[in-house]
Design a protein around this ligand. Structure first.
Ligand code: ADP
Ligand code: MG
Length: 193
Protein backbone atom coordinates (compact mmCIF):
# COMPACT_ATOMS: atom_id res chain seq x y z
CA UNK A 1 0.00 0.00 0.00
CA UNK A 2 1.37 3.38 -0.95
CA UNK A 3 1.45 5.94 1.81
CA UNK A 4 -1.60 8.19 1.75
CA UNK A 5 -3.08 6.41 -1.23
CA UNK A 6 -5.50 4.09 0.47
CA UNK A 7 -8.44 5.20 -1.62
CA UNK A 8 -6.55 4.95 -4.90
CA UNK A 9 -5.07 1.57 -4.03
CA UNK A 10 -8.55 0.39 -3.12
CA UNK A 11 -9.76 1.40 -6.56
CA UNK A 12 -6.91 -0.54 -8.13
CA UNK A 13 -7.58 -3.56 -5.95
CA UNK A 14 -11.17 -3.52 -7.12
CA UNK A 15 -10.24 -3.07 -10.75
CA UNK A 16 -7.84 -5.99 -10.71
CA UNK A 17 -10.35 -8.16 -8.90
CA UNK A 18 -13.00 -7.40 -11.51
CA UNK A 19 -10.67 -8.23 -14.34
CA UNK A 20 -9.65 -11.42 -12.60
CA UNK A 21 -13.34 -12.30 -12.50
CA UNK A 22 -13.51 -11.94 -16.27
CA UNK A 23 -14.64 -8.38 -16.77
CA UNK A 24 -12.76 -5.61 -18.51
CA UNK A 25 -11.86 -2.28 -17.06
CA UNK A 26 -10.04 0.85 -18.06
CA UNK A 27 -8.51 3.38 -15.75
CA UNK A 28 -6.89 6.64 -16.70
CA UNK A 29 -4.59 8.27 -14.20
CA UNK A 30 -3.60 11.86 -14.65
CA UNK A 31 -1.95 14.56 -12.63
CA UNK A 32 1.02 16.81 -12.38
CA UNK A 33 4.57 15.42 -12.39
CA UNK A 34 5.60 13.81 -9.13
CA UNK A 35 2.12 13.20 -7.81
CA UNK A 36 2.61 9.45 -7.88
CA UNK A 37 1.17 8.17 -11.16
CA UNK A 38 4.03 5.81 -11.94
CA UNK A 39 3.97 4.51 -8.39
CA UNK A 40 0.31 3.65 -8.80
CA UNK A 41 0.96 1.78 -12.03
CA UNK A 42 3.59 -0.19 -10.13
CA UNK A 43 1.09 -0.95 -7.40
CA UNK A 44 -1.35 -2.27 -9.99
CA UNK A 45 1.32 -4.56 -11.40
CA UNK A 46 2.08 -5.85 -7.91
CA UNK A 47 -1.56 -6.63 -7.26
CA UNK A 48 -1.95 -8.35 -10.63
CA UNK A 49 0.91 -10.79 -10.30
CA UNK A 50 -1.09 -13.60 -11.81
CA UNK A 51 -1.81 -11.53 -14.91
CA UNK A 52 0.08 -11.23 -18.11
CA UNK A 53 1.46 -7.71 -18.00
CA UNK A 54 2.41 -5.60 -21.01
CA UNK A 55 4.11 -2.28 -20.49
CA UNK A 56 5.08 0.75 -22.48
CA UNK A 57 6.17 4.22 -21.60
CA UNK A 58 6.24 7.33 -23.69
CA UNK A 59 9.78 8.59 -24.14
CA UNK A 60 10.29 12.20 -25.13
CA UNK A 61 13.35 11.43 -27.26
CA UNK A 62 11.41 8.75 -29.15
CA UNK A 63 8.37 10.82 -29.96
CA UNK A 64 9.50 11.14 -33.57
CA UNK A 65 10.02 7.39 -33.99
CA UNK A 66 6.82 5.88 -35.37
CA UNK A 67 5.58 2.83 -33.46
CA UNK A 68 8.33 2.98 -30.83
CA UNK A 69 5.90 2.77 -27.92
CA UNK A 70 3.78 0.16 -29.62
CA UNK A 71 6.87 -1.96 -30.04
CA UNK A 72 7.48 -1.76 -26.31
CA UNK A 73 3.95 -2.88 -25.57
CA UNK A 74 3.79 -5.71 -28.08
CA UNK A 75 7.41 -6.80 -28.01
CA UNK A 76 6.77 -10.00 -26.10
CA UNK A 77 3.80 -10.93 -28.24
CA UNK A 78 5.58 -10.99 -31.54
CA UNK A 79 5.70 -14.77 -31.47
CA UNK A 80 1.98 -14.59 -32.18
CA UNK A 81 2.45 -12.60 -35.37
CA UNK A 82 2.14 -15.72 -37.47
CA UNK A 83 -1.46 -16.15 -36.38
CA UNK A 84 -2.53 -12.84 -37.90
CA UNK A 85 -4.03 -12.46 -41.36
CA UNK A 86 -1.28 -11.83 -43.89
CA UNK A 87 -1.88 -8.14 -44.59
CA UNK A 88 -2.00 -7.34 -40.87
CA UNK A 89 1.08 -9.42 -40.16
CA UNK A 90 2.96 -7.69 -42.94
CA UNK A 91 1.88 -4.23 -41.82
CA UNK A 92 2.96 -4.78 -38.23
CA UNK A 93 6.15 -6.48 -39.42
CA UNK A 94 7.07 -3.40 -41.41
CA UNK A 95 6.12 -1.11 -38.52
CA UNK A 96 8.49 -3.03 -36.26
CA UNK A 97 11.26 -3.38 -38.81
CA UNK A 98 10.81 -7.10 -39.25
CA UNK A 99 10.07 -6.75 -42.92
CA UNK A 100 10.80 -4.35 -45.72
CA UNK A 101 8.25 -2.04 -47.21
CA UNK A 102 6.95 1.48 -47.31
CA UNK A 103 5.15 3.05 -44.37
CA UNK A 104 2.47 0.58 -43.32
CA UNK A 105 -1.23 1.18 -43.56
CA UNK A 106 -2.16 2.33 -40.08
CA UNK A 107 -5.55 0.75 -40.24
CA UNK A 108 -3.90 -2.62 -40.76
CA UNK A 109 -1.47 -1.92 -37.95
CA UNK A 110 -4.37 -1.17 -35.63
CA UNK A 111 -6.12 -4.38 -36.60
CA UNK A 112 -2.92 -6.33 -36.05
CA UNK A 113 -2.45 -4.93 -32.56
CA UNK A 114 -6.07 -5.67 -31.80
CA UNK A 115 -5.53 -9.26 -32.81
CA UNK A 116 -2.29 -9.65 -30.89
CA UNK A 117 -3.68 -8.27 -27.66
CA UNK A 118 -6.89 -10.22 -27.93
CA UNK A 119 -4.93 -13.39 -28.42
CA UNK A 120 -2.66 -12.58 -25.50
CA UNK A 121 -5.67 -12.06 -23.24
CA UNK A 122 -7.38 -15.26 -24.27
CA UNK A 123 -5.85 -17.60 -21.74
CA UNK A 124 -4.91 -15.28 -18.91
CA UNK A 125 -5.99 -11.80 -17.85
CA UNK A 126 -3.95 -9.10 -19.49
CA UNK A 127 -2.92 -5.87 -17.81
CA UNK A 128 -1.60 -3.17 -20.10
CA UNK A 129 0.30 -0.37 -18.44
CA UNK A 130 1.27 2.70 -20.40
CA UNK A 131 3.10 5.42 -18.57
CA UNK A 132 3.86 8.95 -19.70
CA UNK A 133 1.25 8.88 -22.43
CA UNK A 134 1.99 12.51 -23.22
CA UNK A 135 5.24 11.33 -24.80
CA UNK A 136 3.86 8.54 -26.96
CA UNK A 137 4.85 8.77 -30.59
CA UNK A 138 1.87 9.74 -32.67
CA UNK A 139 1.65 6.48 -34.61
CA UNK A 140 1.52 4.45 -31.41
CA UNK A 141 -1.02 6.74 -29.83
CA UNK A 142 -3.18 6.48 -32.92
CA UNK A 143 -2.98 2.70 -33.01
CA UNK A 144 -3.78 2.40 -29.32
CA UNK A 145 -6.75 4.72 -29.62
CA UNK A 146 -7.99 2.70 -32.58
CA UNK A 147 -7.70 -0.52 -30.63
CA UNK A 148 -9.42 1.05 -27.64
CA UNK A 149 -12.43 1.99 -29.65
CA UNK A 150 -12.74 -1.41 -31.29
CA UNK A 151 -12.34 -3.29 -28.06
CA UNK A 152 -14.87 -1.17 -26.26
CA UNK A 153 -17.51 -1.47 -28.91
CA UNK A 154 -17.04 -4.85 -30.48
CA UNK A 155 -15.32 -7.19 -28.17
CA UNK A 156 -16.86 -7.57 -24.73
CA UNK A 157 -14.32 -9.06 -22.40
CA UNK A 158 -11.52 -6.92 -23.75
CA UNK A 159 -10.75 -3.34 -23.15
CA UNK A 160 -8.33 -0.63 -23.84
CA UNK A 161 -7.74 2.77 -22.38
CA UNK A 162 -8.08 6.11 -23.96
CA UNK A 163 -4.84 7.94 -24.40
CA UNK A 164 -4.39 10.94 -22.21
CA UNK A 165 -1.65 12.93 -20.58
CA UNK A 166 -0.21 10.93 -17.76
CA UNK A 167 -0.55 7.21 -17.63
CA UNK A 168 -3.23 4.66 -18.11
CA UNK A 169 -3.86 1.07 -17.54
CA UNK A 170 -6.29 -1.49 -18.72
CA UNK A 171 -7.20 -4.92 -17.62
CA UNK A 172 -8.65 -7.47 -19.95
CA UNK A 173 -10.37 -10.48 -18.49
CA UNK A 174 -10.68 -13.89 -20.03
CA UNK A 175 -14.41 -14.28 -19.68
CA UNK A 176 -17.20 -12.72 -21.65
CA UNK A 177 -18.95 -9.80 -20.06
CA UNK A 178 -21.11 -6.85 -20.97
CA UNK A 179 -19.45 -4.07 -22.85
CA UNK A 180 -16.70 -2.75 -20.62
CA UNK A 181 -17.23 0.52 -18.88
CA UNK A 182 -14.35 2.88 -18.56
CA UNK A 183 -13.43 3.45 -14.97
CA UNK A 184 -12.38 7.00 -14.45
CA UNK A 185 -10.48 8.10 -11.47
CA UNK A 186 -12.50 10.59 -9.48
CA UNK A 187 -9.68 11.44 -7.11
CA UNK A 188 -9.44 15.16 -6.54
CA UNK A 189 -5.69 15.08 -6.85
CA UNK A 190 -5.87 13.55 -10.31
CA UNK A 191 -7.41 14.77 -13.47
CA UNK A 192 -8.63 12.45 -16.13
CA UNK A 193 -8.36 12.97 -19.81
N1 ADP B 1 2.18 7.30 -1.99
C1 ADP B 1 3.49 7.56 -1.99
N2 ADP B 1 4.18 7.51 -0.86
C2 ADP B 1 5.48 7.76 -0.85
N3 ADP B 1 6.22 8.07 -1.95
C3 ADP B 1 5.58 8.11 -3.10
C4 ADP B 1 4.19 7.88 -3.21
N4 ADP B 1 3.83 8.00 -4.49
C5 ADP B 1 4.94 8.31 -5.17
N5 ADP B 1 5.99 8.38 -4.35
C6 ADP B 1 7.34 8.74 -4.72
O1 ADP B 1 7.29 10.03 -5.27
C7 ADP B 1 8.14 10.12 -6.37
C8 ADP B 1 7.34 10.55 -7.58
O2 ADP B 1 6.36 9.55 -7.84
P1 ADP B 1 6.03 9.11 -9.33
O3 ADP B 1 5.14 7.94 -9.23
O4 ADP B 1 7.28 8.94 -10.11
O5 ADP B 1 5.25 10.37 -9.86
P2 ADP B 1 4.69 10.69 -11.31
O6 ADP B 1 4.73 9.44 -12.10
O7 ADP B 1 3.31 11.19 -11.10
O8 ADP B 1 5.57 11.75 -11.85
C9 ADP B 1 8.80 8.77 -6.55
O9 ADP B 1 10.06 8.78 -5.90
C10 ADP B 1 7.87 7.85 -5.81
O10 ADP B 1 8.54 6.71 -5.30
MG1 MG C 1 5.70 9.00 -13.83
Amino acid sequence: MLRGRGVECGVLDGLVAEVRAGRSRVLVVGGEPGIGKTALLGYAADVAQDFRVARAGGVESEMELPFAALHQLCGRMLGRLGGLPGPQRDALGVAFGLGAGSAPDRFLVGLAVLGLLSEAAAGRPLLCLVDDAQWLDQASAQALAFVARRLETRMPGRCWPRCCPGGWMSGSGTGSSPSPAATRWPCSSCRTG
